[in-house]
Design a protein around this ligand. Structure first.
Ligand code: NAD
Length: 312
């Protein structure tokens, strides 16, 4: 692909998701990965080399080299690095969750404008679902069931440390499920009720279930399961049909309205997120990123208090 070079991209944190970002950015006309930093210089060097970029020492060097900075680092570091990047006047894409606490989200919100990496909205089947919903009448029941192999043996240790991860599966993938429910049902969360499961030897939850009470009166029931088997299905029963979203597409009453290649679609969702940023189209806002983090904390408080709804 011969690319025009309108925007220079820098990545801080060259771990798992950074490879996805770099692969997606390589497909975007007008975007060029120029700099990669990581606390571990070898990791930065490997990713930079793969994409013809420069491995640099840290955020300051990335800020000097790039117009758009992606922060794909462990959750607790999002706030500090985002504040520095926003302060330097760069476009910033902070990976989800926006931060580990609502207070940190509020400080980031006060600092200025940036994007939150809730790229799940850019799956073609989720976009198709939003269009189908317009035709199906009032959503009567929303349920999502998804897994992640939270305790997989090669999971980096910080995911088990509440001081760094801010929580467990709800912080890691629950924010995606919350964002999807709010985006499809059209309102932010008002309250959350739920349960979390913290297995022996763990300090964070590895499975959770939550009911979101949205500001427009709609509800969403989410189940997050720690499992080596991957599943992810959203079902929305509406007045005039039942919509399902899964990794391979979107269906109405069992009829496929859109089929996608699940693996490819994941990287494509990152590409579409970059394209939206370049065009100035909507990407998850800091307020929406904060809503998801606040909902996770409301879930934790509800679970600790016996499962009663807690205002987020
Ligand atoms: N949007 C998505 O679908 C998606 C998917 C996976 C991960 N993520 C998010 O991306 C972020 C990173 O997750 P990951 O799975 O890539 O983690 P990871 O552990 O694989 O990678 C994190 C990298 O950051 C580096 N690092 C740690 N602290 C640093 C610091 N202060 N400065 C510079 N580098 C530092 C580590 O050395 C590591 O290479 C998390 O916020 C995670 O929730 C998002």
């Amino acid at each position: 692909m011969v690319k025009s070079e309108r925007m220079r991209l820098g990545i801080v944190g060259a771990g798992e998701v950074a490879w996805r970002h770099a692969a997606a950015a390589a497909e975007v006309d007008g975007l060029t990965l120029v700099a990669v930093a990581d606390r571990d210089p070898l990791r930065a060097a490997r990713l930079a080399q793969r994409h013809g970029a420069r491995a640099v020492a840290g955020l300051d060097e990335v800020l000097a080299a790039a117009d758009l900075v992606v922060l794909s680092i462990p959750h607790v570091y999002h706030e500090e690095l985002a504040l520095r990047a926003i302060g330097a006047g760069r476009l910033v894409l902070v990976e989800k969750p926006m931060a580990t606490t609502v207070e940190a989200c509020d400080r980031m919100l006060a600092a200025g404008c940036f994007h939150v990496g809730q790229q799940g909205r850019f799956f073609a089947q989720v976009r198709a679902a939003r269009e189908e919903l317009d035709r199906l009448g009032e959503p009567l029941l929303y349920t999502e069931r998804r897994s992640t192999d939270y305790r997989r043996p090669d999971r980096p240790a910080w995911f088990a440390d509440p001081a760094v991860a801010g929580g467990g599966i709800a912080m890691l993938v629950g924010v995606h499920s919350i964002d999807r429910a709010c985006w499809l049902l059209g309102a932010p969360p008002r309250a959350v009720a739920g349960t979390v499961a913290v297995p022996d030897g763990w300090a964070v939850e590895t499975s959770a279930a939550a009911t979101l009470y949205l500001a427009n009166g709609r509800r969403a029931h989410l189940t997050l399961v720690d499992s080596p088997e991957f599943f992810h299905e959203t079902t929305i029963v509406c007045e005039r049909g039942t919509l399902t979203i899964d990794p391979a597409g979107c269906s109405v009453d069992g009829r496929r309205v859109l089929a996608v290649d699940g693996d490819q679609e994941y990287t494509t969702s990152f590409r579409r997120q970059y394209e939206a940023i370049l065009r100035g189209d909507p990407v998850a806002t800091p307020a929406e990123g904060r809503d998801a983090v606040a909902a996770v904390h409301a879930l934790y408080r509800s679970a600790a208090a016996g499962g009663e709804p807690v205002v987020g």
